[in-house]
Ligand binder design. Structure first.
Ligand code: KG4
Ligand code: ZN
Length: 331
């Protein structure tokens, strides 16, 4: 089954062709970060307008790279939530339009399910049950995946998402948006023990909190000024260590308590070098198997939506022309 996956929920316009929910034939991502950077974050109206401009060229490019035409496509999968309403509507209307024009069926996919199921694109992919931690710009949520389509939320952030903490910290430090990659790159040259930032591990559960960490960075810069050179790298490394420490601890603790042997890390922040290394290390120490998607499948892409759409289709879900975008779709 050849699935065209469409993703326009935030600031990437993406399309991919995936066979049988496992094999990527093409994966095209057009990012808008240069447009939003000057505003220090995503401007929803600008995002929607640029999706309109980019979406058909991106679909076309995905078909061309895979050497396929719309005739070859069996199913159109599109992110219908959660995300920015105007941005979601662009992808959804395109999916409906393509479906109407070609007679091919379409299905709405959940963006978070997409992140969780991106791991299916690994050759050596885990079969459920597994524990999956989605760490992105908008979410930090821990799910028990009992089977495809059955997700139980067992923990989440009480305030900022991990990616949000990166982006806000980058802003405090005068680094470009989105802040994840620049902080990660600087951190690799810094000393993670330079500053002892707080680790919030609220209570005996699997929730996390990052607003205190962000405030601690702010207070540090108020007291000592915004650092430069090696001191900046040290601050980034110390911040990154705190984030990776908290997330990897919670993930491994949850696996132990809930009796899971297989762990998945996904979402944009799963691209983080220290988080990946620490999760691998802590999982290995406890005899758990850690699955990490390659970096390009961590950040938003169309391939993950093709997988989520394929699985939704197999469960019997069908899109109809009344399907509405749901900006707050809880999985
Ligand atoms: O999953 P994603 O592409 O979009 C959402 O669904 O939100 O995640 C974007 C987030 C941003 O906050 C960005 O700063 C963060 O992922 N990110 C990273 C890294 N690369 C991207 N965070 C930490 N380290 C990275 N290397
Ligand atoms: Zn995402």
């Amino acid at each position: 089954m050849l699935v065209l996956g469409l993703e326009t929920s935030c600031d990437e316009t993406a399309a991919a062709l995936v066979e049988d929910g496992r094999r990527v034939l093409s994966d095209v991502v057009s990012t808008q970060v240069d447009i939003h950077r000057r505003w220090g974050g995503v401007v929803p109206e600008l995002a929607s307008r640029n999706h309109i401009v980019q979406v058909m060229p991106v679909v076309h490019e995905a078909l061309t790279r895979a050497q396929k035409t719309l005739d070859d496509v069996d199913l159109i999968a599109v992110t219908s939530g959660p995300g920015l309403i105007g941005a979601l509507l662009v992808g959804l209307q395109v999916a409906k339009g393509l479906s109407l024009a070609t007679g091919k069926p379409f299905v709405g996919a959940n963006h978070l399910e997409g992140h969780l199921l991106a791991i299916r694109l690994l050759e050596d992919a885990p079969e459920p049950p597994f524990l999956g931690l989605v760490v992105s710009g908008g979410h930090t949520s821990l799910y028990e995946v009992k089977e495809f389509g059955h997700y139980r939320l067992v923990g989440s952030t009480r305030d900022d998402a991990a990616g949000e903490a990166y982006d806000k910290t980058a802003r405090i430090l005068g680094l470009p948006y989105p802040g994840g990659l620049p902080i990660d790159q600087l951190a690799q040259k810094g000393n993670p023990e330079a500053i002892r930032f707080p680790r919030a591990l609220p209570g005996d559960n699997f929730d996390v909190s990052f607003s205190g960490l962000k405030t601690a960075v702010l207070q540090h810069t108020k007291k000592h000024g915004v650092p430069e050179g090696q001191a900046l790298a040290d601050l980034c490394a110390s911040f990154q260590e705190a984030v990776a420490d908290v997330l990897s601890k919670k993930l491994v603790a949850a696996a132990r308590r809930l009796g899971h042997k297989q762990l998945v890390l996904c979402g944009g922040v799963a691209a983080n070098s220290r988080l990946r290394a620490l999760c691998l290390q802590r999982a290995e120490e406890r005899g758990l198997r850690m699955f990490l998607p390659p970096v390009r499948l961590c950040t938003d892409n169309g391939a993950m939506i093709a997988v989520a759409g394929y699985e939704a289709w197999r469960r019997g879900l069908r899109g109809d022309f009344r399907l509405a975008a749901d900006p707050a779709w809880r999985m």
